[in-house]
Ligand binder design. Structure first.
Ligand code: GTP
Ligand code: MG
Length: 222
């Protein structure tokens, strides 16, 4: 099988990188799609930007024959994103700005925590206090990092199973299997026609009935 594309999952220690990667891997993939290779990189704090960039460079060189992306993970309620901003700027200088996607995770932990229901959460519902809090934090981080709204994903990969946004992230990251075109799934009323002679429905029953009628007629005439 061909080498899969590479996604470098970057973020502070404890941001939730492994939880996201595990949640993505646990989801079934749609037919003909597959997840890229997901590699975690710790950034910020004790991890010097130059070291991180050196690691990114090595990975980029080792995988230069496949598409690459950087998935920057920031966990709520973190607003101290100067180190992430420095990383995004450095990637931009290296011509990798367009590869950056932002995953804003652990949104379940934003207040009001008790109101969290991942099955009903609608980030666009301005009447919902939880949605307003999430939007306020997300706007802040996105603006601070200069990442487009279309490249930003809201997620939760809470260990208790209250996960949110993982499928959307999977769809944005997963790629078409090489060698497979768009696959059309045929339904019972959409089956490809038989190759060659297409027999009408119930043909064999009809033939049997006709043969019996001929036999009966022949028997009566004797
Ligand atoms: N409530 C909540 N907890 C989360 C979420 N994602 C991760 N956690 C918890 O946060 C902690 C850190 O998560 P990890 O996935 O290990 O984070 P990481 O970035 O891989 O951490 P390191 O590998 O140590 O750098 C764990 O206790 C997770 O269970 C989330 O979306 N919601
Ligand atoms: Mg980890």
């Amino acid at each position: 099988m061909d080498k899969p594309p590479l996604v470098m999952v970057c973020g502070k220690p404890g941001a939730g990188k492994t939880s996201l990667v595990d949640a993505l891997r646990a989801l079934p993939q749609p037919p003909s799609r597959r997840l890229p290779s997901l590699v975690e990189l710790n950034t910020g704090g004790a991890f010097e930007l130059t070291e991180v960039l050196a690691q990114v460079e090595v990975l980029a060189r080792e995988n230069e024959d496949v598409p690459q992306r950087v998935l920057l993970v920031v966990a709520a309620p973190d607003r101290a994103v100067e180190e992430e901003r420095a990383l995004v700027d450095a990637l931009a200088r290296d011509g990798l700005r367009s590869t950056v996607m932002l995953c804003l995770t652990r949104i379940d932990g934003l207040p009001p925590v008790r109101q969290w229901d991942p099955t009903r959460f609608d980030p666009t519902n301005t009447l919902d206090e939880k949605a307003r809090q999430v939007a306020r934090w997300a706007d802040y981080v996105r603006d601070a990092l200069g990442v487009d709204r279309g490249q930003t994903f809201l997620c939760s990969a809470a260990p208790e199973g209250g996960s949110y946004g993982i499928e959307r992230l999977r769809d944005a990251l997963s790629v078409q299997e090489p060698g497979l075109g768009a696959v059309r799934i045929s339904t019972a009323w959409d089956r490809p026609k038989n190759q060659g002679l297409a027999l009408p429905r119930g043909f064999w029953w009809w033939l049997l009935g006709a043969a019996l009628a001929v036999l009966y007629g022949w028997y009566r005439l004797r």
